[in-house]
Design a protein around this ligand. Structure first.
Ligand SMILES: *Cc1c(COP(=O)(O)O)cnc(C)c1O
Length: 391
């Protein structure tokens, strides 16, 4: 019988730190995806379950929720007439492959400034039916600018680079012809920005994302908001002789979405959680309200870091600092991994940095579901833990 389990001496100090309850945030989830799901969404799902979960996605019970989702997103993003809300299975990573088949005609340009943006560039580079992409990089913690060029038929931007906490405003490249006049499309990976950052639909042709970040749902789906020029490109490539695997066929996805369906079976729980979050955003006041909430959280986090003598915002330029995913560097004397471990032991989870960035930092999501008050409480908890670790 085990009467005494010895602990490793080096973990004793951190494991013993107990953050006082009065300092703790009401909700301890600060992960950048999957991210905090509001309990009210889960309750709405439980309530809908008997006539929704376990029913056919080709029938009204489910199709009406998909219709609510599509209408809600259209309203949230103030989509002009002619835009379509398209969705399918496989998450954003799948959509990159779909885009290499169904959106890029010959040659794309990619702003590559972190793990996620570099992955789409790599997918385009690997596609044998496309010319080598033009990849523009910048130093970690910054973002590059797109360069208008008549040879480019798709500019790949990223609204928020989740791996580094760098955000960029979405604008067509200065000097680029509009797609109606033969200029390249603008396609934006907005996986972690959509729903928490302002965007003008006139500036994009494809704005794509997944629901496990600002939309506080689960992963596995992708959504793409397509402009009329984006939809024209889909039609043009579908009519060409390019071979496209059925699962990556964007035209099939567009056709199914117009019928409030997906090509194959979606996770119904995810669809409902997602819809509930979109409607919560609209009830609060829409995108301006959610973005304002994220602005408030970001101001709390970055002001705290700037005033701290052991922490500082990783992204130097305030204009490039994300308001949805904050990255905070620590001085060498403070081990961020130890801080994250103590927070985790106290129920405050997923503040660890993006693994491949390899910095002494914490990464903190500030998505709309996350209460700015909880971000403030988290800052207080970090102060407490750093103080306790120094004892
Ligand atoms: C999370 C994330 C992805 C990956 O999304 P999946 O749905 O897991 O494929 C891609 N791009 C960005 C910017 C992200 O934040």
């Amino acid at each position: 019988m085990l009467t005494h389990v010895p602990r490793a001496p080096e973990t004793t100090a951190t494991a013993d730190i107990r953050i006082p309850d009065g300092l703790k945030p009401a909700d301890g989830r600060f992960g950048s995806g999957p991210s905090k799901v509001r309990q009210a969404q889960v309750e709405a799902l439980a309530q809908a379950a008997p006539t929704y979960l376990g029913t056919s996605h080709r029938q009204k019970a489910v199709k009406s929720v998909v219709a609510r989702l599509r209408a809600g997103l259209s309203e949230l993003f103030s989509l002009p007439d002619g835009y379509e809300v398209v969705l399918g299975n496989g998450g954003t990573t799948c959509f990159w492959d779909i885009a290499t088949f169904g959106l890029i005609e010959r040659r794309s340009q990619h702003l590559s400034f972190g793990e996620f943006s570099s992955k789409f560039a790599a997918a385009a580079k690997a596609a044998p039916h496309l010319a080598d992409p033009w990849i523009i990089e910048s130093a970690t913690g910054t973002h590059p600018e797109a360069v208008a060029d008549p040879d480019i038929d798709l500019y790949a931007l990223t609204h928020n680079e989740t791996s580094t906490g760098v955000a960029m405003a979405i604008n067509r490249p200065p000097g680029a012809a509009s797609p109606a006049d033969g200029g390249g499309l603008v396609a934006v990976d907005a996986t972690s920005g959509a729903g928490g950052m302002r965007v003008d639909p006139a500036q994009f042709d494809a704005y794509y994302f997944a629901p496990q970040k600002c939309f506080a749902s689960d992963g596995g789906l992708w959504v793409a908001l397509l402009s009329p020029a984006g939809l024209d490109r889909v039609e043009k490539l579908a009519a060409s002789d390019r071979w496209v695997p059925a699962f990556f066929d964007l035209k099939t996805c567009v056709d199914n979405s117009k019928l409030d369906q997906t090509y194959n079976t979606p996770a119904l729980a995810t669809v409902l959680l997602f819809t509930e979050q979109v409607e919560w955003m609209l009830a609060g006041g829409g995108l301006e309200w959610t973005a304002g909430r994220c602005d408030r959280s970001a101001e709390i986090l970055y002001t705290w870091a700037e005033q701290s003598d052991f922490a500082m915002p990783f992204v130097e330029k305030p204009s490039e600092r994300s308001h949805v995913v904050g990255t905070i560097d620590f001085v060498e004397a403070v081990d961020a991994a130890a801080v994250a471990a103590v927070l985790r032991a106290n129920g405050i989870v997923d503040t660890e940095p993006y693994r491949k960035l390899g910095r002494n930092q914490l990464r903190i999501a500030m998505f709309p579901a996350i209460d700015p008050e909880d971000v403030a409480a988290l800052c207080g908890c970090i102060n407490y833990v750093v103080g306790a670790l120094a004892q």
